[in-house]
Design a protein around this ligand. Structure first.
Ligand SMILES: Cc1cc2nc3c(=O)[nH]c(=O)nc-3n(C[C@H](O)[C@H](O)[C@H](O)COP(=O)(O)OP(=O)(O)OC[C@H]3O[C@@H](n4cnc5c(N)ncnc54)[C@H](O)[C@@H]3O)c2cc1C
Length: 366
């Protein structure tokens, strides 16, 4: 006799990854429970809040189908649309590119993802932190337990299933940011050089004010604290700080396997961040949709859960591979003194730099 469980699927974490799995799994008829430690989900803000528009995503990730169904960003979640990106070396003289992006109101964005997952039929349990997962049981900190056929860890870089059942490590980049009042123009800026060793700094203008922040690789920073780098970088901008936040980005790309038995990893817990530009929101949602769809096919037709890894590779394999390569090359280059970097960022290298940031082969062959 087959074992009885309370749910088809329990998803730990209702961020972009978890809520997208929930939406597509529930849409396909699965009985879904999302458990999240926060209430409301999405707060406090931990993000730079930049995403590519759907058109830009089609250019960046050409193998991902039907973007308009996946990304239905509502007006209220868009703080500003930006048409330009400045890539800025230490000299401060930017290389200017066309780029279609939204600087989000990330909290409203994540709330919307929860709403559409609930509309599809998913249930949510908030303010409930998962302590551990044992076989088919999810154990909360308060001792309550819930069981399911499939357990998805969308709990971010330190999700409990990834932490306890996977040994592979990701490079973690600590990140700090602020929201600042003021007028910061229209272009989004990415800064590279000794101001953010091994990482990068950003200034993303919002409807009013900007989201400004920075991430570093600790092995590059010679004992200088992230706090110090952040304070130095934000002191270049004028305005009152209205919010400060921090977090961690997994920056070594996806790990080898996302599925073990009836456990699945999605989003940051699987390393679904493009290391060459830090994009994690949309990429977590690409992974979330595939996972949700495969879960339904598994429950209805017995399709193996590993199909999720195959479809991910088909849709995102090339982009992730190029992004990892660019990050590795960047990590070598960014050990060089600023004066060399200033020389390397020029009219002749402008196209190569853009290809690296946007996860394409840098030299068409490499
Ligand atoms: C400072 C910062 C700036 C960033 N800027 C950008 C950016 O500008 N653009 C971009 O695309 N990406 C950015 N990212 C990356 C992006 O935020 C992540 O890649 C994205 O949020 C991943 O989604 P997720 O659903 O996997 O994880 P998360 O959004 O982290 O969601 C995980 C959820 O799981 C819950 N959770 C965790 N553990 C447990 C537990 N044990 N029990 C219950 N619930 C749990 C959490 O409460 C949370 O709601 C940034 C990240 C940081 C830290």
């Amino acid at each position: 006799m087959s074992q009885q469980f309370e749910r088809d699927v329990i998803i730990i974490g209702g961020g972009p990854a978890g809520s997208t799995v929930a939406r597509y799994a529930a849409q396909g008829g699965a009985d879904v429970l999302v458990i999240d430690g926060r209430d409301p989900i999405g707060t406090p803000l931990q993000c730079g809040e930049l995403v590519p528009t759907n058109d830009e995503m089609r250019r960046l990730c050409p193998d991902v189908p039907d973007m308009d169904d996946l990304f239905r960003t509502p007006e209220k979640a868009i703080s500003r649309e930006s048409k330009k990106m400045h890539i800025v070396p230490p000299s401060g003289k930017p290389l200017i590119y066309d780029f279609d992006g939204y600087v989000l109101n990330r909290v409203a964005h994540d709330e919307f993802l929860v709403d559409i997952a609930k509309e599809a039929g998913a249930d949510y349990l908030v303010k409930s932190r998962v302590k551990k997962v044992e076989e088919n049981r999810v154990v909360l900190r308060n001792g309550d337990t819930y069981s399911a056929k499939i357990i998805v860890d969308a709990g971010g870089h330190n999700g409990p299933v990834r932490r306890d059942y996977w040994t592979e490590k990701s490079t973690q980049i600590p990140v700090q940011f602020v929201l600042m009042d003021g007028d910061f123009g229209e272009a989004v800026e990415l800064h590279f050089g000794s101001m953010a060793p091994g990482g990068y700094a950003w200034m993303f203008p919002k409807n009013t004010g900007a989201n400004i922040g920075l991430g570093i690789q600790r092995s590059f920073s010679k004992g200088v604290t992230l706090n110090k780098y952040t304070n130095e970088f934000i002191s270049k901008y004028d305005g009152d700080i209205t919010f400060s936040g921090a977090g961690v980005l997994p920056m070594s790309g996806t790990i080898k396997k996302f599925v073990k038995g009836n456990y699945m990893l999605v989003g940051d817990s699987a390393g679904m961040v493009l290391p060459s530009n830090g994009a994690g929101i949309t990429i977590a949602m690409v992974g979330g949709r595939i996972a949700g769809q495969v879960i339904c096919e598994h429950l209805k037709e017995g399709v193996p859960l590993e199909e999720y890894e195959k479809r991910w590779k088909k849709q995102m394999g090339k982009v992730m591979k190029n992004s990892k390569r660019s990050f590795k090359i960047g990590s070598l280059l960014f050990r060089m003194p600023d004066w060399i970097l200033n020389m390397l960022f020029n009219r002749l290298t402008k196209g190569i730099i853009w290809r690296a940031v946007t996860c394409r082969k840098m030299l068409w062959i490499v």
